[in-house]
Design a protein around this ligand. Structure first.
Ligand SMILES: Cc1ncc(COP(=O)(O)O)c(C=O)c1O
Length: 399
């Protein structure tokens, strides 16, 4: 028995949580068990709540200055956790990773510029590129029986042929939970340095490595990575605080840093709320033990879901086991359903809200993404619903 409770089911239905309150908007149904958008159903570590409560009880919420321990606390965390060295001068606050990528595109790209992504991948990347009048270049991952790999030869070919301005790297990769190896990242850096491509490395899942495996920050792999890279990270996934809207960006290359940081400053996009900084500092300083226990709980859930899905589906639903994070990639092609039938199966028959694999790119068709950062009893309920749906017996609607 650990120090923290991950088993209690917290009622999130009246907390404006997207996961619970936007079921109708995204699934056209409100009676679903939500296992989609990537936040956890767990309470945060108490020190975060206490730090926020202390600030709230002050009762004056004027313009907030960034506390002087904000960047040193993040730098200290990166050193402790990932043996990655940076300094406060190399960092800026950003109000979220997606917004951060949007800022980087706005600062460094002009309309018509090409940007590489590697589907199936976190779906807002495509929207960010197209929404800023740039052009998506897809370099799909290579799928194998047990895992996926980056198509580095394909990447080299597309970069040399199409001359993109930028690449958005997902490291670790959502939705499959892959931590790219040092060798792979090194090759990406070499190709991009040679061709003058900026690499935006989204490392939001980097603190959530499973089984004691190390996270490899892109900027740590070589001089070429430090020349080309913009690293984005956050306490949001790690400590379940995305609602505080706190993220950070590290740039090693001086010219790129100066250009981006000054632009951020001029637009005041680098100005955090007082709650963002207070929650972040408390999380990085006091959350490590909580994180250790949360990762063990998540790993147990992944093992359990893998075994149970294999059993109840007779191997027709297969799990791609993640190396990082709490999202698991379900290969449902063995069910023999087309896309419409698969959606019907999960939403109408099993009454579950999972992410449709196709939203991560056409390569994701036939797959679903399931969020398992939830109490075991919820996992059990979801498995039971899948079991009933597979048996052709519709899940009864809640009274
Ligand atoms: C790879 C990746 N990047 C970014 C985000 C979202 O980050 P933010 O809420 O800080 O914009 C997510 C959330 O699921 C994600 O998986």
């Amino acid at each position: 028995m650990g120090k923290y409770d991950f088993n209690s089911v917290i009622d999130r239905s009246h907390s404006d949580a997207i996961k619970y309150c936007e079921l109708n908007k995204w699934f056209d149904a409100d009676n679903l068990l939500p296992m989609w958008i990537a936040d956890m159903d767990f309470c945060v570590c108490p020190e975060i709540t206490e730090a926020l409560q202390r600030r709230i009880s002050h009762r004056v919420y004027g313009y907030a200055s960034t506390p002087c321990d904000f960047f040193p606390t993040i730098a200290d965390w990166l050193r402790r956790r990932h043996e990655f060295e940076t300094t406060p001068e190399e960092m800026t606050y950003i109000p979220g990773i997606v917004k951060g990528i949007g800022f980087v595109i706005n600062r460094f790209c002009k309309p018509g510029d090409k940007i590489v992504i590697q589907p199936p991948v976190y779906h807002p990347f495509k929207r960010l590129i197209e929404g800023n009048d740039c052009v998506v270049l897809n370099n799909p991952l290579l799928r194998y029986e047990e895992s996926y790999e980056m198509d580095v030869d394909g990447l080299e070919e597309i970069i040399r042929r199409e001359h993109p301005r930028m690449m958005i790297l997902c490291n670790p990769h959502n939705p499959i939970g892959i931590q790219w190896s040092r060798e792979t990242l090194g090759r990406v850096a070499d190709i991009c340095a040679e061709e003058g491509v900026i690499v935006v490395s989204d490392e939001i899942h980097g603190d959530l490595m499973l089984g004691g495996k190390p996270h490899i920050p892109y900027l740590s792999v070589s001089e070429n990575a430090r020349r080309t890279g913009i690293m984005l990270g956050a306490p949001s996934k790690t400590f379940n605080v995305p609602g505080l809207v706190s993220s950070w960006c590290v740039i090693k290359d001086e010219a790129m840093r100066k250009s981006f940081f000054e632009w951020m400053e001029n637009n005041e996009f680098n100005a955090p709320t007082c709650f963002a900084t207070i929650g972040t500092i408390a999380a990085y300083n006091h959350g490590e033990e909580w994180l250790g226990e949360a990762l063990e709980y998540i790993q147990d859930n992944i093992d359990y879901v893998t075994e149970e899905l294999k059993r109840i589906s007779d191997g027709r639903i297969k799990v791609y086991r993640p190396q990082a994070s709490f999202l698991i990639w379900l290969d449902c092609r063995g069910l023999g359903m087309n896309h419409e039938q698969l959606m019907h199966f999960f939403i109408k028959d099993a009454k579950l809200a999972l992410n449709d694999g196709a939203m991560f790119g056409t390569e994701g068709e036939g797959f679903m993404r399931m969020n398992v950062a939830t109490p075991r009893s919820v996992i059990d309920e979801s498995l039971s619903r899948i079991g009933h749906a597979l048996a052709g017996c519709k899940v009864k609607e809640k009274a």
